[in-house]
Design a protein around this ligand. Structure first.
Ligand code: ATR
Length: 276
């Protein structure tokens, strides 16, 4: 019998996840279908009960449900618990298990697309919200030497660092302080939504002090190249846009559901055709 996988979010109509997963199912001859459901927050509980009732095999959850879904599950893996958010759920014979593939997906994309080895690198994260949390913990797990966090609201950066690993050197900075120190880092990552469509003139911080050859990464993929990333490229940085994170979080979710890691190059091609 064909299995059903689903995305719960609000809104979901622009999501490229159905396209990406359905192509992978077809291509790999897996009898399954992925459907996006618009679920209003007040209906999340009923929707999760529906997953149990209908035997939906697996889920992605996105904004605004990533934290709210947690108490509705039977178990949550340690990484997702640490992050405080779930984006992937596996229905294991009626038990709903929550995972988070956003941070691991980001890090895998960073490694594979830029060929960087994260171990012993000095990294600056811009932002301290939900996306930053997953990325921060995944970078710690990969052995980064130093991970500083700058944020408009500095106490939020401090709070995140307190939850991190004391063995990794981490400091919290204001955006202005980080701009002054930009030359000290091997990798600079924007995890905020600053520069995303439709506010495409905005930049998370000035790149005036950027060193040539620094890896500059933006998790935004709409537009494909933010104004900030374009400037980084013009300053001879190695740049990475947010498509990779989107693809790899999906690929890792697909692997959790099916046990098979899909063809990411094919996924990327399918998604890029829609974004260009
Ligand atoms: P997400 O889950 O996408 O990370 P979030 O948890 O709301 O979303 O976090 C958004 C991040 O972008 C935060 O770091 C936020 O800074 P604050 O903690 O100061 O709110 C940052 N951000 C959003 N809009 C911003 C802006 N206009 N200027 C600077 N930072 C901004």
């Amino acid at each position: 019998m064909e299995k059903l996988y689903a995305l719960f979010g609000c809104p979901v109509h622009h999501s490229l996840s159905p396209l990406m997963h359905n192509d992978a199912f077809r291509h790999m001859n897996i009898a399954a279908h992925y459907h996006a459901f618009h679920v209003e927050p007040e209906y999340l509980k009923d929707a999760v009960a529906g997953v149990r009732a209908l035997g939906i095999a697996g889920l992605n959850v996105t904004i605004p449900h990533k934290t709210a879904v947690m108490p509705l599950l039977d178990d949550i893996d340690a990484e997702a618990r640490r992050i405080g958010a779930v984006n992937t759920i596996v229905n294991e014979n009626g038990r709903l298990i929550g995972y988070n593939t956003d941070g691991p997906g980001y890090v895998r994309a960073l490694e594979e697309e830029t060929n960087v080895e994260i171990k012993d690198k000095r990294i600056l994260l811009i932002g301290a919200g939900g996306a930053a949390r997953g990325i921060y913990f995944s970078l710690i797990d990969r052995g980064a030497k130093q991970i500083d966090i700058c944020n408009r609201t500095v106490p939020k950066a401090k709070q995140l660092i307190e939850e991190g690993d004391a063995a990794v050197s981490s400091a919290a900075y204001s955006l202005n302080e980080a701009e002054q120190r930009l030359g000290e880092y091997d990798i600079v990552i924007n995890t905020t939504s600053v520069g995303m469509y439709p506010n495409m003139e905005e930049m998370p911080l000035s790149l005036a002090n950027l060193k040539e050859g620094t890896i500059v990464s933006d998790i935004i993929y709409n537009p494909l190249e933010t104004k900030w990333l374009k400037e980084a490229r013009e300053r001879n940085a190695i740049v990475q846009n947010g498509v990779g994170m989107f693809i790899y979080q999906g690929a890792l979710a697909f692997e959790k559901w099916t046990g098979i890691f899909p063809d990411v190059e094919r996924m990327k091609k399918i998604v890029m055709e829609q974004l260009r």
